[in-house]
Design a protein around this ligand. Structure first.
Ligand code: PEP
Ligand code: MN
Length: 338
């Protein structure tokens, strides 16, 4: 349920309303937007009589939210959420390029790629340290050492970093990681989502391989309801019957997620297609569809990459992509990145 407050109200009146709502054992969230102030109620609101709420002096109107996701709902928070990642803004009028290798392989590799993606316009460095691989015989990532090397690249370039967590027991290792990625395979690891909800780390939540948009939003709800408001959604392709691409990029998810939710929506055209030459056209399509940013795999030697070389761009190809996407941004109401 959301309660829209009248433009002018006194603190005393609001406290009175909050005290009354306490009796229903509901969580409340006050959202001061550009147009209105909203009091969102989370929990079992079935016993709250709408007519009684409407009659309260400072209440303008009351709406029940039918969808199961509440804190992630745009009705709850009409303005776009803008997340501050170490001084960089993600969401709203901002467009964010995250780029870097699938996996951190060595100090030279990550530092070289970090410098090149930064000069091409990337605002965040990606790099996997803990890798979710289908085969136990495949490269599993450098793990804790990979995080250390990401931190070195962060120090050298000043770029904030994003890396995937696979086990909540590793959380401490992510203290200086700016954005924690929850990968597609862990989108419904609810115990992990609950723990991440107790932190205030920005979270990049990727859509599960066979998850609906509603399931993605419900996973975001797990994090938000724990108190962590810094959640970004990521469309990374879903499994369909198509085999020519690794996954099928669900472009329609971008405007729909943004319609249903205030959270920033990023797109990963690398994992969505699995084919490097498709990454640029799909990046442009994602930007045109309203994405708030992209996360792209870049490798200095894709043919020798330990993971996902076929979908990785060279630094030059990434730079070309960034310029093409950048040219679209003013027409889309977004600030340019280069
Ligand atoms: C990744 O970004 O490296 C990754 C494994 O992505 P996803 O979880 O989308 O497969
Ligand atoms: Mn990858």
């Amino acid at each position: 349920m959301v309660i829209i407050l009248k433009p002018q109200y006194e603190e005393r009146q609001l406290n009175h309303l909050l005290k009354w709502l306490e009796g229903y054992k509901l969580k409340t969230a006050l959202v001061k937007g550009e147009q209105s102030t909203i009091l969102g109620l989370i929990g079992d609101t079935s016993k709250v009589d709408i007519e009684t709420v409407k009659a309260i002096d400072i209440v303008e109107s009351v709406k029940r939210i039918q969808e199961p996701f509440k804190a992630a709902n745009r009705k709850f928070h009409p303005d776009d959420t803008v997340i501050d990642v170490s001084g960089q803004k993600i969401g709203g009028k901002n467009f964010t390029m995250m780029a870097g290798p699938c996996s951190v392989e060595s100090r030279e590799q990550i530092c070289e790629i970090a410098a090149s993606v930064k000069s091409a316009g990337a605002g965040v460095l990606r790099g996997g340290a803990f890798k979710p691989r289908t085969s136990p015989y495949a490269f599993q990532g450098l793990r804790a050492e990979g995080i250390e090397l990401m931190l070195e690249a962060k120090k050298a370039t000043g770029l904030p970093i994003v890396s995937e967590i696979m086990n909540i027991n590793d959380l401490k290792l992510f203290d200086d990681v700016d954005i924690i990625q929850v990968g597609a395979r862990n989108m419904q690891n609810f115990e992990m989502l609950k723990e991440l909800g107790c932190t205030n780390k920005p979270i990049l939540l990727k859509r599960g391989l066979a998850s609906t948009m509603e399931e993605l939003l419900m996973s975001a709800e797990y994090i938000l309801s724990g108190g962590n408001k810094n959640v970004m959604l990521c469309e990374r392709g879903i499994r369909t019957f198509e085999t020519y691409t690794r996954n099928t990029l669900d472009l329609s998810a971008i405007p729909l997620l943004k319609e249903h939710s205030h959270l920033p929506v990023l797109v990963d055209p690398s994992h969505a297609t699995g084919i490097s030459r498709l990454v640029k056209p799909m990046s442009m399509a994602a930007a045109a569809a309203g994405a708030d940013g992209l996360i792209i795999e870049v490798h200095n030697d894709p043919a020798a990459a330990l993971c996902d070389g076929a979908q990785s761009l060279t630094p030059e190809a990434f730079s070309d992509l960034a310029r093409s996407v950048n040219a679209l941004l003013p027409g889309l109401g977004k600030k340019t990145i280069i």
